[in-house]
Every structure is written in structure tokens, then in C-alpha cells.
Design a protein. Structure first.
Ligand code: SF4
Ligand code: SF4
Length: 401
């Protein structure tokens, strides 16, 4: 890997540098890390990463640089360290449990950016940047085909849910737009919104990736063009609100986009429609458990709306996972891990599905296209007799007359 010039500590805020020094070496973060439990490799833990980061930071400043000269921080070590940095789902479980309150998830994002600036990062990361710059979606697909899933809806309106003007924009996100196993989510949500009389539109080919994969890859420098483009596309529609079924789109919008439009996650938006009696339900006898997506649960603290929504359907019984809400275990699909280490991502998904099976539920419901994709891939590949669905699919199935 080429070594680049940017080897100072400017990727970290003063607050982050102070927080790092507060680590007490308690090791609790390693106990809750899905990457550690799935790989049995302690090098993937937060504590190991903090120690490595401390050495790197010190090696860049005055006296310590002299002290460390000749021992450690070789290119080999940095290369190995960077591989551990990217073998993480960014699930935030370590941050949730850290007793001294280190904002570890944010720290991992800064660390990834630092690794990219230093030139020590997995080459596969370049693919994220290239795909997004060339095609504006993470899969390098033709962006004109972004709303092609509408063709799978029987009796879709002639405008294909792409109107010139509308009050609400449904921002689909790359995974739901292109990945066949996840396309049932926008198909379900568009039909529910339509049935409830919501004035909404898609952006179609004018929707670009929200930009979250860039942050996850340490490529935040390339983010702004995606913000500018998406904001412009929504302004043209005259919309007041943007709805997301993808927690990562929702979170990146909340944290990094200007506060110009009202935003809501689909679980919140649909609950509002239920409370206004705009969604008629039939009885649906089904026992389900609920998986809190990391970015919606721990990230955005949206825990109750999905549960209220599930419990509003007559006949549906909700049983909780042993680890739920803030403690919910990751599905293995976050942090670009699937691209960096597919085997590790699959093993985390296997552990997740084991926990789901233990509840005795007939189906696991979540509120995230990436969680659906990761869990469903495992279930299908291994013929596990359990249904995996997004909350929009559950609501769609329960629609009455
Ligand atoms: S964010 Fe999740 S996967 Fe990454 S180190 Fe923390 S607990 Fe482990
Ligand atoms: S939980 Fe926090 S304080 Fe404890 S070892 Fe991990 S990072 Fe350090």
C-alpha cells in the first residue's frame, strides 16, 4: 500500500483525543462485540483498537516519535492494524456499554478516515468510492434503473410513483432499490402509502446514494456532492418531508444533512398513519420477534414506534429477543463488513438467527433493508425455517379492506 502524506492527527477532534485517554482497560467492550464472538479474534475488539490507535497517535508527535523510532509502527503493523479496523460492523454495541462514555462508533469512523488518509486501508474500499462517483449508487448499477422495482407492482399508477410535485418524498436507498431480496420493502411501502392516500413521490434516477457508505469507508471527503444533489432533487419536488425505510439513510440525513426538511423513518411515519386510522388491518395470526437495526435503535433511539406498530396489528404477538433495544445484537450487515470479510459477516448473521430461533417466533421482523438482506441470505442459504421481513412487509401483509 502506498504511504501518503497525511499522517498528523487532524482526523480526530480534541474531544475524541481526550476520550481515548479515558479508557480504563476494563475490556467490557470486547465481551459484547459481535465481530469478536464470531471470529474469536480479540484483535477486533474496541480495546485492542484503542491501544493501537494510541500508539499511532503518539508516534506522530515530537518526543514520542523519537522514543518509538526503530521499534514498531512498521508498514506491516499498520497494514495489519487497518485490516482489524475495517473488520467491524459499526454496530455501536461497544459504545453503548463503555462505562466511561467513549463515543466509540464516531471514533471508528474517524479512524477509518485516518487510515485512508494514511494510505493503509483494504483496497476493496476504493470500489465504494469508484462505484458512487461513477454510478451514484453503491452497486455500480445504472442509476436510471433505480425505480425499476415499481414494474413489479400490479396495477401501479401510470406515473410509477414519480410525480413532478408531492408533499412527501420516499427516499428508497441503494439496497432496497437494487437488491432483489430487499425490493419487497419499497414495493410494500409504496403500496401502503398509496392505499392510505399519502401524497408522495420517489426521486427515481434523481435519487443518489445518501452517502453513508462513504463515511463507513473512511471516505467522508467525497460526501458533499451527494448532499447537494439529493437536496436539490427534493427541493424540485416541493416536498416538506422525507421518509426513509433505511436506518442508515435516515441516520446520515439526521446527522450530516442540513436541517431543511422534516424527516422520519418509515416505522414512525406508518405509526402516525395507524393512529389517524388510515391503515385498515385484518386479523393476522403470527408470532414475531423484533430485531432493532443498529442505526435505528442504538443510533437513533427509535425503539418504541416499530413495537407499537407491530402490536397494533390484530392477531400478531410480539416476543422479545433476549438481547433487545439498546442491547440488540447486530445482524452482521453494517460497516461495509460484507464487502471486507464476507465470512465474518455471515457468521455474525448465523449467531443472530440462532438467537431468533430461540424465541420460538415464526418470523423475525426488522426495520432495515440491510438487516433483511443479511438475515434472509443466511436463512435461505441454510434452509432455516423462519421468515425474515421488514416491518413494511408485515404491515402490507396485514392490510385489510
Ligand atoms: S462497533 Fe460493534 S463490531 Fe465494531 S468494535 Fe464495536 S462492538 Fe465490535
Ligand atoms: S469499554 Fe470503554 S473503558 Fe472499557 S476497555 Fe472498552 S473502550 Fe476502554
Amino acid at each position: 500500500m502506498p504511504r501518503m502524506n497525511r499522517v498528523d492527527n487532524r482526523n480526530f477532534s480534541i474531544k475524541q483525543l481526550l476520550e481515548i485517554s479515558a479508557c480504563t482497560n476494563c475490556r467490557i467492550c470486547a465481551e459484547v462485540c459481535p465481530a469478536v464472538s464470531a471470529s474469536l479474534d480479540g484483535e477486533l475488539s474496541a480495546i485492542h483498537r484503542i491501544k493501537g490507535l494510541n500508539r499511532i497517535l503518539k508516534s506522530r508527535i515530537g518526543l514520542f516519535r523519537k522514543l518509538l523510532r526503530g521499534r514498531g509502527l512498521s508498514d506491516e503493523m499498520l497494514k495489519h492494524f487497518s485490516e482489524t479496523v475495517f473488520r467491524c460492523t459499526l454496530c455501536g454495541n461497544c459504545q453503548e456499554i463503555c462505562p466511561v462514555g467513549i463515543h466509540l462508533r464516531d471514533l471508528w469512523l474517524s479512524l477509518r478516515q485516518d487510515m485512508v488518509h494514511s494510505g493503509f486501508y483494504p483496497k476493496k474500499i476504493d470500489r465504494v468510492r469508484d462505484n458512487l462517483e461513477e454510478s451514484h449508487n453503491v452497486f455500480a448499477e445504472d442509476n436510471e434503473e433505480r425505480a425499476d422495482w415499481v414494474e413489479d407492482i400490479r396495477e401501479a399508477p401510470e406515473h410509477g410513483y414519480i410525480k413532478d410535485k408531492a408533499e412527501i418524498v420516499y427516499f428508497t436507498g441503494c439496497v432496497a432499490a437494487y437488491f432483489p431480496l430487499a425490493q419487497k420493502i419499497p414495493i410494500a411501502l409504496a403500496q401502503i402509502l398509496d392505499r392510505s392516500g399519502v401524497d408522495f413521490t420517489l426521486l427515481g434516477e434523481d435519487e443518489w446514494c445518501c452517502g453513508f457508505p462513504l463515511f463507513g469507508a473512511g471516505l467522508g471527503d467525497h460526501f458533499q456532492q451527494f448532499v447537494d444533489h439529493n437536496l436539490g432533487a427534493i427541493r424540485k419536488k416541493g416536498a416538506k418531508e422525507v421518509v426513509f425505510a433505511c436506518p442508515s439513510c435516515y441516520q446520515v440525513w439526521r446527522d450530516y444533512y442540513p436541517d431543511e426538511f422534516a424527516i422520519s423513518h418509515a416505522s414512525q411515519f406508518l405509526l402516525g398513519l395507524v393512529k389517524e386510522n388510515r391503515i385498515p388491518f385484518k386479523n393476522l395470526p403470527l408470532t414475531v420477534t423484533y430485531h432493532d437495526p443498529c442505526d435505528l435503535g442504538r443510533g437513533a433511539k427509535v425503539f418504541d414506534p416499530p413495537r407499537e406498530l407491530i402490536q397494533s396489528i390484530p392477531g400478531v404477538k410480539l416476543v422479545e429477543l433476549p438481547n433487545n433495544r439498546e442491547k440488540c445484537n447486530c445482524c452482521g450487515g453494517g460497516g461495509n463488513l460484507e464487502m471486507i470479510d464476507k465470512k465474518l459477516s455471515s457468521e455474525i448473521a448465523r449467531q443472530k438467527i440462532e438467537e431468533v430461533i430461540g424465541t420460538g417466533a415464526q418470523a423475525v421482523v426488522t426495520s432495515c433493508q440491510q438487516c433483511v438482506r443479511t438475515m434472509l441470505t443466511h436463512v435461505k442459504r441454510n434452509k432455516v425455517p423462519i421468515e425474515v421481513m421488514d416491518i413494511t412487509q408485515l404491515i402490507h401483509r396485514a392490510l385489510g379492506d
